[in-house]
Design a protein around this ligand. Structure first.
Ligand code: GLU
Length: 322
C-alpha cells in the first residue's frame, strides 16, 4: 500500500506551558515512608533496601475524608503546593485522548491532564492552577524523584521495578498492549509480526514487553509514540506496539492504520508521586476515591474516551496496602 503523508496532530519540540493528613499520621503499609524533605530535594534512593513483597495495584490508604477544597492541612506537602500557587503536572504533549496539545487553544488536555486537574481542584479549589511540564517517557520517574514535578500522569504503568523509585496512586485506568498495523496488513495480532520492525517509546513497558513476545518481533525504540507513528508513516517500521489507549489516539490520526488485538499485557495506570511525602499519595488516593464514587471518573471517561471505547465501564477498584 501507499504510505500516506504525515498528517494531523504530531506536535513540535518539547515545551512547557505555561484531618489527618500530616506526615506523622501516614505510617502504615509495607512501603517505607521516608521523612518528608521538601519538594525540590532528591529522595534517598530506596532501590537497595530489602524488596517488599510487591502488589503493584496496592497504594497508600487515604488518611481520612478530603479536606475542604483550598484548605489542605498546615505543614503537609499539599499545603506547600498551595503556597506555591500551582500544581506541577508531568505529562506528555502528544498522546491524543490522554494528554495532547490542542492546536486551536495551545492547551495540553486529555484524561491524564484531567486526573491532575482534580488534584489541583482539591488543593486550591481551582482546577486551573496546574502547570503542565512536558516529560519524555523515559524521564517520568526521574522527574518525580528530583522534585521537578509534583506528580506524573502520563499513561504510566505501575510495576514493581518503578515502585522501587516512586510511589503510585491507586489504579485510575486499566490498559493493555496491542499493535497498530497498516489497514492492508494481514497481521491480526503481535503473534503475526515475528521478524518485523515494531516501534515503541524508549523507557516504556511497551518496548520491554516486545522483547518477551514469543513470535520475536524486532523492537525499535523512538523518543515518543508520536515519533513511532511518523516512522510507521515513513515506512521505516512495520508496526507500532503500545497500550491500546495510546494506539487509539494514533489510529485517530491516520486513516491508513488500524489497531489489532488481543491485548497481550496488563498496564494499570497510576499517578507517580515522590516517596518523600507519602501524605500526598494518600491525598491523591482520596481524590481518586471521590472521583470514582461521585461520577467524576465516568464523566471524564465519557468526555475523552467514550467516542473511541464506548460507554464508561466501572472505574478500577482501589486497592490499599493495609
Ligand atoms: N504504559 C506504558 C509505560 O508506562 C507505555 C506508555 C507510553 O509509551 O507512554 O511505559
Amino acid at each position: 500500500m501507499t504510505i500516506p503523508p504525515r498528517r494531523g496532530r504530531i506536535v513540535p519540540a518539547l515545551a512547557t506551558l505555561c484531618l489527618m493528613w500530616t506526615v506523622a499520621a501516614c505510617t502504615s503499609g509495607s512501603r517505607p515512608e521516608p521523612v518528608a524533605s521538601g519538594p525540590t530535594s532528591t529522595p534517598t534512593p530506596t532501590a537497595t533496601s530489602a524488596a517488599p513483597a510487591c502488589d503493584p495495584r496496592a497504594s497508600r490508604r487515604p488518611a481520612g475524608p478530603l479536606p475542604a477544597p483550598g484548605k489542605p492541612p498546615a505543614g503537609s506537602y499539599m499545603d506547600t503546593v498551595r503556597k506555591r500557587g500551582l500544581l506541577r503536572l508531568g505529562t506528555s504533549q502528544d498522546t491524543l485522548l490522554f494528554s495532547s496539545r490542542n492546536p486551536l487553544t495551545g492547551v495540553v488536555e486529555g484524561f491524564d491532564v484531567d486526573m491532575g486537574r482534580q488534584v489541583a481542584a482539591a488543593i486550591f479549589g481551582d482546577p486551573s492552577k496546574l502547570q503542565i511540564v512536558v516529560i519524555p517517557n523515559k524521564d517520568r520517574a526521574a522527574a518525580v524523584m528530583s522534585g521537578r514535578v509534583d506528580l506524573v500522569a502520563e499513561t504510566m504503568t505501575i510495576n514493581c521495578e518503578r515502585l522501587k523509585l516512586v510511589d503510585f496512586s491507586t489504579v485510575y485506568y486499566q490498559a493493555g498492549q496491542k499493535v497498530l498495523v497498516a489497514r492492508g496488513s494481514a497481521a491480526r495480532s503481535i503473534a503475526d509480526l515475528g521478524g518485523k520492525r515494531v516501534c515503541a517509546a524508549a523507557g516504556s513497558t511497551s518496548l520491554a514487553n516486545l522483547a518477551k513476545v514469543p513470535s520475536h518481533p524486532v523492537g525499535v525504540a523512538a523518543p515518543t509514540q508520536a515519533d513511532c507513528l511518523v516512522r510507521f508513516q515513513e515506512g521505516t517500521v512495520d508496526a507500532v506496539s503500545t497500550d491500546d489507549t495510546i494506539l487509539a489516539g494514533l489510529a485517530a490520526q491516520d486513516p491508513y492504520a488500524r489497531v489489532v488485538g488481543p491485548a497481550f499485557t496488563d498496564e494499570p495506570y497510576g499517578m507517580a508521586i515522590s516517596r518523600a511525602h507519602p501524605e500526598f499519595t494518600r491525598f491523591v488516593n482520596a481524590v481518586l476515591e471521590r472521583d470514582r464514587s461521585d461520577g467524576t471518573w465516568a464523566r471524564l471517561y465519557r468526555a475523552w474516551l467514550g467516542a473511541q471505547f464506548g460507554p464508561a465501564p466501572a472505574p478500577p477498584a482501589a486497592r490499599y496496602l493495609d
